[in-house]
Design a protein around this ligand. Sequence first.
Ligand SMILES: [Zn+2]
Length: 415
Amino acid sequence: MREETTMHDHRKLGRELGLFDTDPLIGAGLPYWLPDGATVRHTLEEYIRTAERRAGYRHVYSPVLGKRELCEISGHWSHYSEDMFPPMDLGGEQVVLRPSLCPHHAVIYRSRAHSYRELPLRMAELGGMYRSELSGVLGGLTRVRAIQLNDAHIFCTLDQVTDEARAALELIRRAYEALGITPARYRLSLPGPGGKYVAAPEMWRRSTALLTDVLDRSGLPYEAAEGEAAFYGPKIDVQVVDSAGRESTLSTVQVDFHQPEQFDLHYIGADGAKHRPVMVHRSIIGSVERAVAHLIEQHGGAFPAWLAPTQLVILPISDAELPNAEGFARRCADLGLRAEIAGPERGSLGARIREARLVPYQAVIGAKEAADDHVAVRLRDGRRLDSRPAAEVLARVGALVGAHRTDLWDADSHV
Ligand SMILES: [Zn+2]
């Protein structure tokens, strides 16, 4: 008999909750997002963009296609081409679907002259990339062929690497707190035997020493693992475990001396001479697909309120309170809260409450509440609050959602 687990299979739940689906006509490993799933994804992406802006990142957009030569220079073609789609012939040249965003970002950096005063230059993008996963391992959102990556590259001096890597770990910690994600472990991913990695022993020694120092000083427990590095450098990987007990990497911080060399990147130092920057690659939540898959499994579809597709369900007891329910729904919308009315035509109050069991807030409006401009709030976790002014409920829910809190009600807040 299968052991009872608190984790859920995101593929099953994702379909049941109408978050995403796949169709053989679109193809394996190419899921599409339904409106509720798209709402979760959009909210997550906006959280990330805002956190990055606050942390000094600037966002760019770059195309998902590029000439094969771009990937030859970066090293992806010789070290990573078995994971790439075959190149497309286009008017005498070959273009490829990119397997990562770094080559484009390196070229964007190179397109302008940079002074040491601009460093660290933090370039971020939530961008598309592609991986030719075998159809046998595809399913749900965890092994996909089209990936939306929360990516960033920090171009900095050698002296700045440690602080930037530590700041990236702090962004990851804060995001996990807001998302209610618990890391399984931190991993220092090192190269292993075989020709997968660029051959530059001194470069590997320096970059591994930098990341080891960051982890040692962070106080976080970690394990080193050989054969898990990127081909261009070592990584700090934040590992999570899925419903089947499989471990995968969600977040990562990497140090790269290789691509700055390959693309001949430089900045003008205080001495007026050209110097080579270091690239720190980092991702706070990894791919949007894998992050949402993990969130579905971790929470069983009961997302933190700020991320929930519907944040409040409004339950008029009878048709007589429908105008009040509509007025309350408009006030929610004005505050940017996602509310939905489930009226008496959808069944008894008990049935409507059961149907909305994953919605964080259930606002019941009866005759007395309607007369006083009150609502009686039930929380998703079963707590029932006294009937209270609608304005107070809106202020409290708005404050908790705005602060990306994972608790549903703050009894001590003064709003
Ligand atoms: Zn990168």
